[in-house]
Design a protein around this ligand. Structure first.
Ligand code: SAH
Length: 207
């Protein structure tokens, strides 16, 4: 998976590649789909949601530019697979999921794998996690109609927000870097097209 799908498409961050080699992706999918866990595709995880394609996980994680000391926020825990990657690459991970059953299942697997540097909360992640801000990096793994303002406000100066933004069926992946204490003062880079399930919440789709 790592060589043919990820390295071959240009992901170069060795820490990201190593984390993806280490984490057993098959534990994060339903037993019936285990034999497809390392395929080049997203897979259903129940509740109409999906575990992201391995390449997309790698691309987004690389864009966060993590060195190991960071406090990061993830919106859309889902299966917990991306969460585990972040737990390998950053110091502390805060993850928000709106569907309680998915959060509970992810918690179970992350505990079994001994990722004790992860906190998961059930709620609307478009509001961020104010008590724990600022974050060095934020990743949103669902498609947003626009960039949720609370997330930019909760970025540290120099912090990176990686988020798919666009319509309901396709989005553009953006990296938004906060440049100063003014949350309007950001650099936006487009990283390519993608397709995610809806980000549903106060600063997302209203359903
Ligand atoms: N990274 C996950 C992606 C799961 S799909 C994985 O690879 O398994 C996106 C997830 O975002 C879904 O679980 C969905 O329930 C969740 N989600 C959508 N809107 C949300 C919101 N406002 N706050 C938190 N989670 C949200």
């Amino acid at each position: 998976m790592v060589d043919s799908q990820i390295r071959a498409r240009g992901v170069r961050d060795e820490r990201v590649l190593k984390a993806m080699e280490k984490i057993p992706r098959h534990l994060f999918v339903e037993p019936a789909l285990e034999d497809q866990a390392y395929a080049d595709t997203p897979l259903p995880i129940g509740e109409g949601q999906t575990i992201s394609q391995p390449y997309m996980v790698a691309l987004m994680t690389e864009a966060m530019n993590l060195k190991g000391h960071e406090k990061v926020l993830e919106i859309g825990t889902g299966s917990g697979y991306q969460t585990a990657i972040l737990a390998e690459l950053a110091e502390q991970v805060f993850s928000v999921e709106r569907i309680a059953s998915l959060a509970a299942q992810a918690r179970k697997i992350l505990d079994a794998l001994k990722y004790f540097n992860v906190a998961i909360r059930v709620g609307d992640g478009t509001l961020g996690w104010k008590e724990e801000a600022p974050f060095d990096a934020i990743i949103v793994t669902a498609g947003a109609p626009h960039i949720p303002r609370p997330l930019v406000e909760q970025l540290a100066i120099g912090g990176r927000l990686v988020i798919p933004v666009g319509g309901r069926f396709t989005q553009e992946l953006y990296r938004v870097t906060r440049l100063s204490s003014d949350p309007e003062d950001v650099k936006k880079e487009a990283l390519g097209g993608c397709r995610f399930v809806d980000l549903i919440g106060e600063h997302g789709w209203r359903h």
